[in-house]
Design a protein around this ligand. Structure first.
Ligand code: UDP
Ligand code: MG
Length: 333
């Protein structure tokens, strides 16, 4: 029988090219997908690695998935994972990370705001031993001043109050080694603020700066309401500081209220002035009413989060997987 001895098998395994998974979550990105695919293929062709292109269709309704399904026949390295509906980018990324079979994975936006041309540099940092290669935005083209300013403030606030220090000006564009990927997959929570989860994992991290491009086409999927929701999600997932703030606000307001009450009583005793004070009464009631509602709201955020976690529903559902022949791809020359 023709068997391979253990040392030879080891050698063979060793000679197998390393595999890189590129994860691209997309939602209604039809107009940019052809360009995205073209640029990715061009870059990956140059790499001495075998590659898998994991497109995660987050419930698109514009025919983008059909386009990719056709391309998957031509390019076996394309694997299209279709989710059963729109679950949001965080869930789509999670699906991609779960499906990735590579020795490292890169997450990239389909709209080409994260230039695929930086992939060789990221792979280089990984080959030098980094488990996480973080891409930090030096500039953001094509984004409004308000968005840039609010992102600036938000990231700094989050970094300050979160337990694990979420780096400023980094998006989801990054490379994760197999070790980091496996660590990340152990985090079971349903509320997935990925940037926070990545930070929680830690590990040997390398930061590379880049200039964030404008969208190559299509429109952003985030309106300000969605961004605000993501911000609340981020803060409540990675910090219980707001609960402390609520307590402190309660203590301060109670102390101020006590002093004010004392002052009213003393004034009434000294001056006999008991009827006046309607404006101050209304001011105090509305002030305390506001603080109470705010505090209940903060509590509610955390209670709601606990409720959603206890339901233990899956983060996403896969409708089907198209393409992706294992061990084939743009293997090195
Ligand atoms: N995205 C997604 N699901 C969503 C919303 C967005 O998969 O529900 C994808 C989107 O197609 C893009 C990436 O996430 O590839 C970033 O989204 P977008 O460009 O709209 O966000 P921005 O860059 O404006 O922050
Ligand atoms: Mg974008």
């Amino acid at each position: 029988m023709n068997t391979i001895s253990a040392p030879r098998l080891h050698k063979l395994r060793h000679r197998q090219p390393l595999k890189l998974s590129v994860i691209i979550p997309f939602y209604n990105e039809g107009p940019v997908l052809p360009l995205c695919l073209e640029r990715l293929l061009r870059v990956l062709d140059q790499l001495p690695l075998s590659c898998e292109l994991l497109f995660v269709d987050d419930g698109s309704r514009d025919g983008g998935a059909q386009y990719l399904a056709r391309q998957a026949i031509i390019y076996p390295q394309i694997k299209l994972v279709r989710l059963s509906r729109n679950f949001g980018k965080e869930a789509a990324m999670t699906a991609g990370l779960d499906q990735a079979t590579g020795d490292a994975a890169i997450i990239l936006d389909a709209d080409l705001q994260d230039p695929p041309e930086l992939i060789p540099q990221m792979v280089g940092a990984w080959r030098e031993g980094a488990d996480v290669v973080l891409m930090q935005r030096r500039s953001r083209a094509g984004e409004t001043l308000f968005k840039r300013a609010s992102a600036h403030v938000f990231y700094r606030l989050l970094n300050r109050i979160s337990d694990c220090g979420i780096p400023a000006d980094t998006g989801d564009f990054r490379l994760l080694s197999r070790r980091a990927l496996d660590a990340l997959r152990q985090l079971p929570e349903r509320n997935r603020y990925m940037k926070g989860l990545f930070a929680w994992v830690g590990m040997e991290t390398r930061v590379i700066e880049y200039d964030r491009a404008a969208r190559a086409g299509g429109v952003t999927k985030w309106d300000y309401l969605a961004l605000a929701r993501l911000a609340i999600e981020a803060i409540t997932s990675f910090s219980i500081a707001p609960l402390h703030w609520a307590t402190i606000a309660g203590v301060l307001a109670a102390a101020a209220g006590g002093l004010f009450g004392l002052w009213i009583v003393i004034k009434a005793l000294l001056l006999g002035d008991v009827v006046q004070g309607y404006p101050s009464l209304i001011a105090v009631i509305t002030f305390f009413g506001g603080i109470q509602l705010l505090t209940i709201g903060i509590l509610g955020e955390y209670v709601g989060k606990t409720y959603l976690e206890t339901k233990q529903r899956p983060t996403y559902l896969i409708q089907d997987i198209i393409g992706g022949i294992p061990a084939m791809g743009l293997a090195g020359q």
